[in-house]
Design a protein around this ligand. Structure first.
Ligand code: F6R
Length: 373
């Protein structure tokens, strides 16, 4: 039931604060101690021995779930220094890849029935590397993927009906962060200060998602500039690069506008040639450690008369000017910003698609669950 919403996709976008809160509740509890929040003792408790032995992480997934994996790579490596590779399942399964000993293989899938993801998992299991641990990050407890893996980490998004993944994605990110923290604690490779700050910030996340939903009207206004565009670029750096990829995927799949996500540092290596006055460029620009570099990239685009649509934090003090539009996103800590910045790119794609009159919940040629390769 869509309730008051015109589409399932919009309903599911709006469900994100609750869906993320539910997912976080699996692992987060408040305390009476100096630290306000801690990881619950029972979170993945049965799997502590398995997690304590892993030395490498291999993520396998498709589409939006693959983008969640790309964010997790930054988290695993930056926060707990465990090397992490991420690959689309359709490539991984056919190239005879090396899976090193003591790997944690994380299969991310909303449905748990994606043919390529399942086959990639089976391919690894066939070679049974020493110390292999497999984990399903999945929204469907009864799925094939959950049955075939050692550990089940659920996303508590609830059923997702719209073909374009929204709440499944943000709950995947929330659960991946919990997994990184749990692994860090189990292996004593995360310092307390960092852990407790992140737990506190995680607790604030549902409210920040709420606040970003409140920007819907200004994002809708922004979307009007996209109605008759042919092509669009999404730019981000660091943790926002996967969100740029995700924004481009969302826009192309529901509005049928060609879109590409790029690491902003790659602009000069090709895509800058595309930029002219008809090219909208969406930029994910929180005030983080990469902001100054990103600003230089935006100036390069502006100098070539590209039209910039920037999601920025208020702290960044970016000011709108000719061919530069800004929507301010509530301040959020750098590590968790990709979760909050997912919302404006979802809303933008949604409004562009509605304006263009496409079938938002059932885009042409696509299926919700891709059970054939
Ligand atoms: C895009 C989208 C797809 C899925 C992909 C994987 O919005 O929904 O790209 O993410 O087909 O599906 P799951 O996560 O079910 O394996």
């Amino acid at each position: 039931d869509k309730g008051e919403f015109k589409h399932y996709m919009l309903k599911e976008i709006y469900e994100q604060p609750d869906a993320v809160a539910r997912t976080l509740d699996m692992a987060l509890e408040s305390t009476e101690t100096a630290h306000s929040y801690q990881l619950r003792d029972d979170f993945l408790q049965r799997h502590e021995t398995q997690l304590s032995n892993i030395r490498h992480v291999q993520v396998i997934a498709c589409g939006t779930s693959y983008h969640a994996g790309l964010v997790a790579k930054y988290w695993f490596e930056n926060l707990i220094r465990i090397p992490c590779s991420v690959e689309v399942a359709s490539e991984f399964r056919y190239r005879n890849p090396v899976v090193v000993d003591n790997s944690l293989v994380i299969c991310i899938s909303q449905s748990g029935e994606t043919a390529d993801t399942l086959s990639a998992l089976r391919e690894i299991q066939k070679h049974s590397p020493t110390g292999l641990v497999s984990l399903a990050l999945c929204n469907v407890p009864t799925s094939s993927l959950v049955r075939e893996t050692d550990i089940f980490l659920p996303t508590l998004a609830g059923p997702e009906i719209g073909v374009a993944s929204t709440k499944a994605f943000t709950t995947q990110l929330a659960a991946l962060m919990l997994l990184v923290l749990k692994t860090g604690v189990t292996q004593s490779c995360i310092d307390d200060e960092r852990l407790y700050t992140l737990l506190e910030n995680l607790h604030k996340l549902p409210n920040q998602l709420h606040a970003s939903l409140n920007l819907d009207a200004s994002i809708k206004a922004m979307s009007e500039s996209f109605e008759d565009k042919k092509s669009c670029l999404f730019l981000g750096r660091g943790l926002q690069f996967p969100i740029a990829l995700e924004g481009a995927l969302k826009l192309k799949e529901i509005s049928y506008i060609h879109a590409e996500g790029y690491a902003a540092g790659e602009l000069k290596h090709g895509p800058l040639a595309l930029v002219d006055k008809d090219m909208p460029i969406v930029v994910l620009a929180p005030k983080d450690s990469m902001f100054d570099k990103l600003k230089a990239n935006m100036q390069e685009v502006h100098a070539r008369h590209g039209e910039l649509f920037v999601f920025a934090s208020e702290e960044s003090k970016m000011v709108a000017e000719d061919r530069l539009h800004v929507v301010y996103i509530p301040d959020v800590c750098e590590t968790l910003a990709p979760i909050v910045y997912s919302v404006p790119v979802q809303l933008l794609s949604y409004h562009v698609a509605v304006m263009r009159g496409t079938d938002v919940d059932q885009p042409r040629n696509l299926a919700k669950s891709v059970t054939v390769e």
